[in-house]
Design a protein around this ligand. Structure first.
Ligand code: UDX
Length: 434
């Protein structure tokens, strides 16, 4: 198939490179000339494990590969299907902002007005149920002067890629969800996904676009709530002097619970869980439904950094003292700090008048844009030297490996939000839920 992908973010670029790897002819359309140039030079514009190799294999200046990039929407005319992989940011009230999607639909529709042959447009971005059918499709119809289902097809195919393992997650998915409101769109989606389905043996969920949209929110809402539930249980365990990890290991043996996403700690961060739960909660409220469980998932997540700080307060008054924050990225393996638990932790320390010294192997530059007035250091040793407390926020290997480095602290109070450090003599150790 000839596939166009609108958007070269971490989803768009990953999807484009993976489709090329599966044998399709792919063109990636983005407004950013620098990103387009990078791809055409055979270089990945973002860091994702395995992506650089795929882009180098399939794109490059010799023009013989199956992947190319352009800023020109007209490129979609030479393709059979178009995937829309654009951001869906939050409004101030948490609800979804579809303006980028709407502008793209307008441009795509205008472009497709000149195409006589059938074309299928597939929404990959995370959008509130009904958005594809009620917002995107009418814009495409008006701008192209064509009728969905007769002249062009519309589908919805949510993605479940984790940052850092996006290429692996794409090529070896748990499921492929194909939402379509007409038969030909579904056929086109199969034509694109067949090589992946054959290779990965992934189960396929065939459904309509609204249900496909909801599956994505249900997936992320469930995972966010699962972590918050184990954090709630973990907080109770801590109050009773019980090790929440021992409890989690035992309940994980129940197949209905499963072992994943049971690591209690300082909570989840990242771009998806917060934004998606906010968007679906706002959408639910617009329908006069109060989403109690999802509200609670957010409340528990917001509470974890506060508990981390209050465990520190139990041992040391940090006003005017030096406090090390170990880890700034929202999880190991990324420099992304969006919604990282390090942010409320640093804010809490600043409110206490502490002198914050932060370490992260890759995320310092991003955090510097957020907090100008704290000290950043290149090694955990430098952060710990003469510190009066250390707070563990991200379980990077560089941090889990720490041991005698804590001896350099002035007051060796270690409060661990990720069960990264071993209890040992010579440090005052507090685990968040153990
Ligand atoms: C997530 C979803 O997993 C993915 O399917 C979706 O499409 C995008 O959002 P991502 O944000 O990249 O992916 O990160 P993920 O690896 O899922 O971790 C999210 C957060 O949860 C991290 O901050 C992590 O530290 C935290 N987490 C995860 C826990 O606190 N405990 C756990 O047991 C698992």
């Amino acid at each position: 198939m000839r596939v166009s992908i609108i958007g070269s973010g971490y989803v768009g670029t990953t999807v484009a490179a993976c489709f090329a790897d599966l044998g399709h002819e792919v063109v990636n359309v983005d407004v950013d000339q620098e990103i387009v140039d990078a791809i055409n030079d055979g270089e990945a514009p973002i860091h994702e494990d395995g992506l650089a190799e795929l882009v180098a294999d399939h794109a490059g200046p010799d023009d013989t590969g199956r992947l190319e990039a352009t800023t020109d929407y007209a490129a979609v005319l030479d393709t059979d299907v178009t995937f829309v992989c654009l951001p869906t940011p939050q409004n101030d009230d948490g609800s979804i902002d579809l303006s980028i999607m709407e502008a793209a639909a307008e441009q795509l529709g205008t472009t497709l007005a000149t195409k006589d042959a059938w074309h299928t447009v597939i929404v990959k971005s995370t959008v509130i149920p009904g958005s594809t059918e009620e917002t995107i499709t009418p814009i495409l119809e008006a701008a192209s002067d064509k009728t969905a289902g007769d002249d062009f097809g519309v589908g919805m195919n949510p993605e479940f890629l984790r940052e850092g393992t996006a290429v692996h997650d794409f090529l070896d998915p748990d499921k492929v969800v194909l939402g379509a409101d007409d038969e030909r769109a579904l056929e086109d989606m199969y034509a694109v996904f067949d090589p992946l389905i054959e290779r990965s043996d992934a189960p396929v969920v065939e459904t309509d676009t609204r249900t496909a949209e909801m599956i994505k929110y249900a997936n992320n809402g469930f995972l966010a709530a699962k972590i918050s539930l184990i954090n709630d249980i973990g907080n109770i365990c801590k109050e009773f002097g019980i090790d929440a990890y021992e409890v989690a290991d035992a309940i994980a043996l129940d197949d209905r619970i499963g072992e994943q996403f049971l690591r209690s700690g300082v909570g989840w961060g990242g771009s998806c869980f917060e934004k998606d739960t906010a968007a679906i909660r706002a959408a639910a409220r617009q329908q006069d439904y109060e989403p109690a469980m999802l509200d609670a998932a957010i409340a528990v997540n917001n509470r974890q950094p506060t508990r981390l700080l209050s465990l520190m307060d139990d041992h040391v008054d940090v006003a005017g003292e030096r406090v090390a924050v170990l880890g700034l990225a929202f999880k190991p393996g990324t420099d992304d700090i969006r919604n990282s638990r390090a942010i409320p932790v640093i804010e809490g320390l600043q409110a206490r008048g502490a002198e914050v010294v932060a370490y992260d192997p890759v995320a310092i530059e991003h955090m510097r844009e957020r907090f100008l007035d704290i000290e950043y250091v290149d090694t955990p040793e430098a952060a710990l030297t003469e510190a009066d407390a250390a707070l563990v926020v991200t379980d990077w290997e560089e941090i889990t490996a720490l041991d005698e480095e804590f001896d350099a602290m002035r007051t060796p109070v270690v409060v661990d939000g990720r069960r990264a450090i071993d209890r040992r003599d010579g440090i005052v150790y507090e685990g968040l839920t153990w």
